[in-house]
Design a protein around this ligand. Structure first.
Ligand SMILES: Cc1cc2nc3c(=O)[nH]c(=O)nc-3n(C[C@H](O)[C@H](O)[C@H](O)COP(=O)(O)O)c2cc1C
Ligand code: SF4
Length: 404
């Protein structure tokens, strides 16, 4: 099946520095429709009916998040577009901002109208500093055309940490505090930025909004699977001949993306959803890409037969140990302990008890870590133990032989 470009329809077609090229492709028509023909409540109902779920990783229903934020007490409310894109192997949001900033701004403007927000922020990944001028220019042009009379959009540059993409770490960063996760509840729709109701939405989630408002919830609802509506933008990298950004209807088998579009060969394993995502063997290429199975933020990293699973998991755990914000001990200490155990597997010093240790540590971290980082950090370990246990056992046997 070829790609289906709904989110990326303007990429390569318009000039991201010139708003008139966006207007020529129906840019800001959905905003005009929302502002002149729909009440804020109707916009929210349309998004709810579409079945749109968040594209930043957790898949929370977008319309419901907006409704919760709109109905929360108080008049001062915020919208944050999460463009931190810190997940390993993810580069789809960068591609979107680089090629079609106008649709994103339109999505933000519609969201602000629906929720009742006068101040919106785009939290731009620190490493995407090179996009700052172009994005600011796009906002200025939208303002000059009169599309942003109801909302101010400000760009805040990221803190350069993985945890800055986690919604509560992100809010701390905007407030100028230490970038670490907050205790939940309260959740952002009731108590977010500066303790005010806040909706945090991923770049790709907001890109869907103008398309849905213009074409209707029914149109969107017919694309995808039962619980995964619409398309998804994937970032594919690793051992593939054609790495890049691809947009597919949700539910499409992984095989079409990895083998046909990205042209992989001899696939040994894949990381779906980046470092925090799932590790699966190449034998599972017929898995549909959907919220029902696995998705995350849409990073697909492909490893061929030449790769060593222990090495991949070790390096992923090093990443988590480095990025742990240190606020809670299961994650702060657990990630470091896991790195040490994985070093024993990689360096030839592992024993049978190390597998048990990894399993016990994993379940403790999943159950007791404060935020998604620590809760997801053990996933590469548990998945690789499930699908590639022999690789671990072989290392233990090799260590025994060396000792003798
Ligand atoms: C450690 C960690 C890092 C995250 N990084 C990002 C990120 O870079 N971009 C993003 O949109 N969501 C990220 N998230 C998810 C956000 O917390 C949040 O769920 C998301 O921005 C909500 O938007 P959505 O509902 O549109 O998906 C991260 C979560 C965790 C636990
Ligand atoms: S789980 Fe890790 S990243 Fe999250 S609060 Fe605890 S130490 Fe920080």
């Amino acid at each position: 099946m070829p790609e289906k470009r709904i989110i990326l329809k303007n990429c390569g077609l318009i000039d991201p520095k010139e708003i008139n090229t966006s207007l020529a492709q129906d840019g800001f028509k959905a905003l005009t429709k929302a502002l002149t023909e729909m009440t804020p409540e109707q916009v929210i109902e349309e998004i709810k009916a579409s079945g749109l779920r968040g594209r930043g990783g957790a898949g929370f229903p977008c319309g419901l998040k907006w409704e919760l934020t709109r109905s929360a007490a108080g008049n001062e409310k915020y919208l944050i577009c999460n463009a931190d894109e810190g997940e390993v192997g993810t580069f789809k949001d960068r591609y979107i901002i680089e090629n079609d900033p106008f649709s994103l701004i339109e999505g933000i403007a519609i969201a602000a109208y629906a929720i009742g927000v006068k101040q919106a922020y785009i939290y731009l990944r620190a490493e995407y500093h090179f996009l700052l001028d172009q994005l600011s220019n796009a906002i200025s042009q939208a303002r000059e055309k009169g599309f942003l009379e109801h909302v101010d959009i400000e760009i805040r540059e990221g803190a350069g940490a993985y945890i800055a993409g986690e919604e509560s770490g992100l809010m701390n960063s905007i407030e100028g505090g230490r970038v670490e996760a907050r205790y939940k509840p309260p959740f952002p729709p009731t108590e977010g930025l500066w303790q005010k109701p806040t909706s945090i939405n991923n770049v790709e989630t907001l890109m869907n909004i103008p398309r849905i408002i213009l074409n209707g919830a029914d149109w969107f609802n017919q694309i995808g699977t039962e619980r995964s509506k619409g398309t998804k933008v994937f970032s594919v990298s690793g051992d593939v001949a054609m790495p890049g950004v691809y947009e597919l209807v949700l539910g499409t088998p992984l095989r079409e993306l990895v083998m046909e579009l990205a042209r992989a060969k001899n696939v040994k394993l894949l990381q779906i959803g980046g470092a925090s995502g799932r590790i699966i063997p190449g034998t599972m290429l017929d898995t549909p890409l959907s919220f029902e199975t696995m998705l995350g933020a849409g990073a697909i990293i492909v490893f061929d037969e030449s790769r060593d699973v222990i090495d991949i998991v070790s390096r992923t755990m090093e990443f988590f140990a480095e990025e742990s914000c240190g606020k809670c001990s299961p994650c702060r200490e657990g990630t470091v302990a896991m790195v040490k155990i994985m070093e024993r597997f990689a360096g030839g010093g592992a024993a049978e008890r190390d597998i048990k240790l990894l399993e016990e540590l994993s379940s403790a971290m999943v159950l007791t870590s404060l935020c998604g980082l620590g809760q997801a950090a053990p996933t590469p370990v548990t998945d690789s133990l499930q699908h590639f246990r022999r690789a671990y056992e072989e290392r233990i046997q090799e260590a025994k032989v060396v000792k003798q």
